[in-house]
Design a protein around this ligand. Structure first.
Ligand SMILES: Nc1ncnc2c1ncn2[C@@H]1O[C@H](COP(=O)(O)OP(=O)(O)OP(=O)(O)O)[C@@H](O)[C@H]1O
Length: 313
C-alpha cells in the first residue's frame, strides 16, 4: 500500500499565532485517593497546526482534552489554570467564563471533537441527512432549508462520502463511513480547533490511513488546528507538526515532530520511541517522508525498500 502523501504545510509556513493557550491547567479526580490526572500543564496550540499528544495509557491525555473543552464531569475538577481561545476574528475567550448555551455554542462553533467511539453515537433511527442538518438547524437557524441541504451534501463530499448516503441510516454505513460522517458533523460549523481522541483506533488500518489523509487535507484546506490524541506514536510522527509527550499528567517534552524523532531530549520520550520497534533501524527513517517510493525519484532506486507504512508500524 502506498504511503500517505502529507498535505501538511511545512512547519516553517505554519502560523506561530496561538489559537488556544492553556496555562497551568490541573485536573484532579476527587476519588479516594485523589488522582492528579493533569498536573500544571501549559501549552499553546498554534493556528492551523496538528499537535500530537502522545503518552502511555492513563497519563492524562483525554482528561486534558476534556478539560480544554469543559466536558469534564464529577468527580473531575479543575484545580488550577485556564484555557483561552484566541478567535481568528481577534477576540479572546476565557473558557472558564462560559456556561450553558454559550458553552454549547462554543463547542460546535469554535472547537469540535471527534472521539474513538463517536461513530456509535449516531442516532440509529434517524437518517444521516437529519442528523447532519440538525447541527445546522440548531446553530445556524437563519440558514434557509435549501442551503442547509446543499451544505450537508458538501460536508459529506468533503470527507469522501457520496452525498447519496445522506438518505442512509447509520447501520447501512461501514464503521469508517460513520466515523467520516462524525468528522463531517464536527466540521459543519467550520471550527477553528478540532480535538480528535483516538478517532481512528477502532478502524482497520486501511480505513484509518484514508481518514488520516482526509484530515490532513482538510486541515490544509480549511485552516483549523488539530489536537490529535493517540497511543500510536509512529502515526503521530507521520501526521503531526509538533508533538507533546505526556507522562503522569505533565508535558515532559514538546517539539516539532522531526526533532522529537531525531533528537529526543527527555529519557521518557526516548523510552517511548524505543518501545516502537518500527521506529528504530533503517525503516524508521521513512516514517517522516510521507512519500510513496513509487512516486518519488528520491526513493525510486530499486534497491530502496518500498515504503510500506503499515509494515513499519
Ligand atoms: N472518572 C474517573 N475517576 C477516577 N479516575 C479517573 C477517571 N477517569 C480517568 N481517571 C484517571 O485519570 C488518569 C488519566 O486518565 P485519562 O483517561 O485522561 O488518560 P489517557 O492518557 O487518556 O489514557 P488512555 O490513553 O488509556 O485513554 C488515569 O490515572 C485514570 O485512571
Amino acid at each position: 500500500m502506498s504511503a500517505p502523501t502529507t498535505t501538511a504545510p511545512a512547519a516553517a509556513t505554519l502560523s506561530r499565532h496561538p489559537v488556544l493557550t492553556i496555562d497551568d491547567l490541573s485536573v484532579d479526580y476527587l476519588v479516594d485517593p485523589p488522582v492528579h490526572a493533569v498536573d500544571h500543564v501549559s501549552l499553546e496550540l498554534r493556528r492551523g497546526e496538528i499537535l500530537g499528544l502522545a503518552g502511555e495509557s492513563g497519563c492524562g491525555k483525554s482528561t486534558l482534552a476534556y478539560g480544554i473543552t469543559r466536558l469534564l464531569k464529577p468527580p473531575a475538577t479543575i484545580t488550577s489554570g485556564s484555557a483561552t481561545f484566541h478567535s481568528r476574528e481577534g477576540y479572546d475567550v476565557d473558557l472558564s467564563t462560559l456556561s450553558g448555551d454559550d458553552l454549547r455554542a462554543f463547542r460546535w462553533d469554535k472547537v469540535a471533537m471527534v472521539f474513538q467511539g463517536a461513530m456509535n453515537s449516531l442516532n440509529p433511527v434517524l437518517r444521516i441527512q437529519v442528523q447532519l442538518e440538525d447541527v445546522l438547524t440548531t446553530h445556524r437557524p437563519e440558514m434557509p432549508k435549501a442551503q442547509r441541504r446543499t451544505r450537508c451534501a458538501e460536508l459529506l463530499m468533503r470527507v469522501g462520502v457520496d452525498p447519496s448516503r445522506l438518505r442512509a441510516y447509520p447501520h447501512e454505513l461501514s464503521g469508517g463511513m460513520r466515523q467520516r460522517v462524525m468528522i463531517a458533523m464536527a466540521l459543519a460549523l467550520e471550527p477553528q480547533i478540532l480535538i480528535m481522541d483516538e478517532p481512528t483506533t477502532a478502524l482497520d488500518v486501511v480505513v484509518q490511513r484514508e481518514i488520516l489523509q482526509e484530515i490532513t487535507r482538510l486541515r490544509a484546506e480549511l485552516g483549523f488546528a488539530v489536537v490529535f490524541i493517540t497511543h500510536d506514536l509512529p502515526l503521530l510522527l507521520e501526521i503531526s507538526d509538533r508533538i507533546a509527550v505526556m507522562r503522569a499528567g505533565r508535558i515532559v517534552e514538546l517539539a516539532d515532530a522531526v526533532t522529537l524523532y531525531t533528537d529526543p531530549q527527555h529519557a521518557y520520550t526516548r523510552r517511548l520511541l524505543s518501545s516502537f520497534p518500527s521506529l528504530t533501524g533503517a525503516r524508521g527513517d521513512f516514517i517522516r517522508t510521507g512519500v510513496d517510493a513509487s512516486s518519488s525519484s528520491a526513493f525510486a532506486d530499486e534497491t530502496t525498500p518500498s515504503v510500506d507504512q503499515e509494515a513499519v508500524r
